[in-house]
Design a protein. Structure first.
Lengths: 626, 626
């Protein structure tokens, strides 16, 4: 660690222990007050600096890096509103449980709150939306202050990582001179607490080596207590109509653990598009395909009443599924979540288990295996769900494959089909994430679908995608609507600046497409000015300003060609598909009509189904497929 | 007020009393949760709705409207990170004392903090950065709840207006249905507290007419107590080397009041570019021209030591002036400010008077007039400052007029000279506001120069300018650098959407020009990547995407022609001038060298000056001018 003066030594120790604690990236913006931190970052081996101009985009870039790498990422801004521009991403990170270390450079205490330029109250700036906020002491570089700097760094990373992961703020007061001018301080003035001790000297064993942080913090998954597992297993065993529901959840260990639990229970699984369950080599045999479409047959919900539901992950993307869970409040509904965040907007939970999802799956599968259910093999209930899902999916596929204009649902399906194994698909909020949930049904190749579902904002999505690409180097696609794309147009700057590739599919329906699905659409005098809100923007100029290639395919073949080329050639590419908002509602309705209701849900079959699901015989499965 | 259901009645009452309290504009963004508020705004006579897509830009647009109109402006966003994107402008409004009514739509209490989509903790979202935050009760529409809605609106406007003016947050929980569907509620169900009472009936006199708010709130200027005025007048009278320093301050009554006080004291006035004193028909005879340049003769500061300083307004833009005030801590320095905000980063105040600037000027001038100083007419001290300023200004003008490449200082001077009377010039932070302060020295025509000097951010400046144009209809120019322009490119959307004119002068030096003036410039290995930060952006595409005309003049004649055409033809125009950051530093230094030091500051003259200023004779003024 190089340091010309005490302030640089202090700040250098802070950054060094962030890196020793596992931080590999910092997303930062130019500024004068933040210079000591920025220079310490630039000097720190093992840390990559990503410079941005717009702090809002910088913060979402960091969010995308942290989300995709599943590791804490640092953020740095100079004092003033620069730090406030981080707030949208900080709030998203808080609800999406993404670890961020937010470094805010500040004036020293004696220059606060007295009209000094570019100085605002930054203490606890993000309010309740960080897991921890520390307003640091002014820099000093004796041993105890270096220890304080390093401890603070270690602690920040530990807190950011601990479930529920999230952002922390370190507010760092910095004095003039802000540049690395020698002030007479030398490393000999202070025994750095991470300096290896001489063999025979002071410190002795127990002193850390230079490779490790001053304080190594271990965070472990919250495992459910054995008696809770036993109790839960006992409660689930008698269920005859069990259902597993998995909302957004991003843990690579979860899919195989969940699959094993589903096998042990022999229950069908409704897997959100963001659950990580739809793509990959794990056993996907009990996942109900096209569940969002299937559940739209609301007339038949009484036939499908579960008696027990195990819920994992965040609130599902599908509104239909949410209402389904709300309707079936009579069932035992167990919410498993490792944070005291009470994921139950449906007010239908009967139990909440505050434990890690993966660990709970493993423990529960183990407990169930020790006393397996009678019979074995897929129960009629489970087979019915799987089969019905498969049939709905087949009908949906056939419908999508038929010739027709650009349909937003099919765009999502095509993108998920074209993406090479290992691709990260970032979904914009509002319609793209819903269309992926409804129409991108699964593949054995591993794909990751990510979205900002902490607060479901349309802001910062371009930067999130570029951050994901930056941190992983994986092929990255972004499915996004025009309002969300416009909202973070500034995010595109990072692509050229940092040589990043991102294959953007821009669904341009000139306005807020989701509103056409909402009751607002029935109030035409207010609709376009307040909700539809067309912008009339032609994005070619903006895309090209940022060095992107801009394509406007007119046919599905041209669309596929452009998207494929985006994956093959890399770079920044925008494939813009023009659609119509009102037509989009009709096309969605046509898609549901093409696959629902299943033929054997009609009249007599419906009654048969109800009997079948209540009894052990299963005539429904014997009915002709269509 | 039209209302189909109780929620619409409640929300309608809230909006109606905002308008009856003086709110004329609302800047809002599309959303579903906010629909009742948006529709109530659209229906409200006397309120103009300005729709934006990017909430950050929307908030700065509202800030610009409120700043330019000097009236509270409302802001509305739907729930989630939409509201967080308001934060940068809210913070700026807080420090710049701009009244904003921030309406944040929220889920109702029962859907908070349980994983409901697009729901974040919005209670006290802006922390310490609002003057008041209220989390409203769920809507209901009996008489007492309508009274509560109206009172809350009146109170919000009153608090936002009261010095120090600033933002307030009303967090409004809204339930389904969010659209105006009849629920059986009718206006007959509740006696609206603002319904005119029948002549013979209940309510009687004292009940408000429908034209006025439920509670009329009066806010008055804080006048200094007479004994304080007398005491201050007595303290100032003996001063022989008095100085008035006016920082940023926007009160149309201030310039004449200050001019009268300066006359009563016969003191010179150093007037910041944002003080409102440089342009207009008031007596500008005691304003020291080119004070920022004059004070750069730091070697001569001991000759210019004041014995008393009266300070008005926010922290001056000129760093040189700040250091000058800091150096002369031995003087009586009185800070006059109507808020408990302690405007003294120099730590040089000896007195703080918490009173309105204009009222204090008037009271003090009155007290001084009742016992005038001996002599009368300009003292030698005052004449020296005025004359020295005039000579520096003349030298500076001559230097700027000489042929040469594009110099950023001259761009500022030319723009201020070209602007028609009544123009609002919005200055970007960092260099533009400093260049206007240094080089735009004054005209008798009224011009307003505005900048976001609350927190001095480079964010949201484009939207601030467009908001100023929208609220006033005045010719509006924006002087801005490329990083700041890029930061709020999204703000340009409002120009076409709302048919606004803005004459933008874009100083494109491809990066952060101010850093070349700072010590960072001496550290080349870090400079360009961390501070200079070139973006390489060609803004033509972005300007044209938003329907703007984009010009790149190559000569000063072409520059003037483009700027004049912008004022004459209206619409959105970007006149981009390319400059070089390093060259810009040299050109600034050349400008200072051309006017400093004044010839008679040399050797013997310097000694003479010191004697002159200490005595009553004034040989300096008799010396040859140059």
């Amino acid at each position: 660690m190089r340091a010309e003066n005490a302030q640089y030594a202090f700040v250098g120790a802070l950054i060094e222990d962030l890196v020793r604690s596992g931080v590999r990236h910092v997303s930062l913006c130019p500024g004068s007050r933040s210079a000591p931190l920025a220079i310490a970052c630039a000097r720190q081996p093992g840390l990559r600096s990503w410079l941005h101009i717009d702090e809002r985009s910088a913060a979402f870039f960091a969010l995308g890096m942290a989300k995709a790498s599943r590791e804490p990422v640092a953020l740095l801004a100079t004092s003033g509103t620069a730090t406030v521009n981080f707030a949208p991403a900080v709030v998203e990170a808080s609800y999406a449980r993404v670890p961020l270390i937010v470094l805010t450079a500040d004036r020293p205490h004696e220059l606060r709150d007295c009209g000094a330029p570019q100085t605002i109250d930054q203490v606890r700036l993000y309010g309740e939306h960080v897991r921890w906020a520390a307003d640091l002491a002014p820099a000093a570089a004796d041993e105890s202050m270096l220890r304080y700097a390093r401890t603070t760094a270690c602690r920040a990373v530990a807190v950011a990582r601990l479930a529920p992961a999230g952002p922390v703020q370190l507010n760092v007061p910095l004095r003039q001179p802000l540049v690395p001018l020698a002030d007479g301080w030398s490393p000999d003035d202070a025994l750095d607490p991470t300096t290896p001790a001489p063999a025979n000297g002071r410190g002795g064993d127990g002193r850390p080596s230079v490779e490790r942080p001053l304080v190594r913090a271990a965070s472990v998954r919250r495992a459910p207590a054995p008696h809770e597992v036993e109790r839960l297993a006992a409660a689930l065993r008698p269920a005859r109509r069990g259902l597993i529901v998995c909302g957004p959840l991003d843990d690579p260990a979860f899919p195989p653990a969940l699959a094993a639990l589903a096998a042990a229970l022999d229950w069908p699984v409704i897997a959100d598009g963001l659950s990580g369950l739809r793509f990959g080599p794990h056993d996907r045999g009990r996942i109900v395909r096209a569940a969002d479409a299937l559940l739209r047959a609301e007339d038949h919900w009484s036939d499908l009443a579960p008696d027990a539901v195990l819920r994992f992950g965040a609130t599902p993307t599908s509104k239909t599924l949410g209402r389904f869970l709300e309707r079936h409040r009579a069932a035992l509904q167990v919410v498993i979540d490792d944070a005291p965040l009470w994921q139950d907007p449906f007010s239908s939970a009967t139990e909440v288990l505050q434990a890690d999802a993966t660990t709970t799956c493993e423990a529960l599968a183990g407990a169930l295996a020790s006393a397996p259910r009678r019979g074995g093999g897929a129960s009629g209930w489970t087979r019915w769900w799987i089969d019905a899902g498969a049939r709905v999916a087949a009908a949906l596929d056939a419908h999508l494959d038929s010739a027709g204009p650009f349909f937003e649902g099919r765009i999502a399906a095509e993108l998920a089909a074209l993406a090479p194994a290992g691709t990260i698909i970032v979904a914009g909020n509002s319609m793209p994430v819903r269309d992926l949930d409804s129409f991108a049904l699964g593949r054995p190749e591993p794909l990751r679908v990510l979205a900002n579902r902490g607060a479901n904002g349309i802001d910062g999505v371009v930067s999130t995608a570029l951050g994901a690409a930056a941190a992983t180097g994986a092929p990255t696609a972004l499915l996004i609507g025009d309002l969300s794309f416009y909202h973070d147009l500034n995010g595109l700057l990072a692509a050229r600046r940092h040589g990043l590739s991102c294959n953007i599919v821009l669904v341009h329906n000139d306005g807020g497409g989701i509103f056409s699905f909402l009751p607002q659409a029935r109030f035409p005098e207010h609709f376009e000015p307040l909700f539809g809100t067309p912008t009339g923007l032609d994005f070619r100029g903006a895309a090209e300003m940022h060095g992107g290639r801009f394509e406007q395919p007119r046919t599905w073949d041209e669309f596929r060609e452009s998207v494929r080329a985006g994956f093959e050639r890399g770079g920044l590419r925008v494939t813009e598909v023009r659609t119509d908002r009102a037509e989009n509602v009709r096309l969605h309705e046509a898609a549901w009509a093409a696959c629902l209701p299943l033929p054997d849900w009609q009249t007599g079959a419906r009654r048969a189904a109800r009997r079948a699901l209540q009894g052990s015989a299963d005539p429904l499965l014997e009915a002709p497929a269509r």
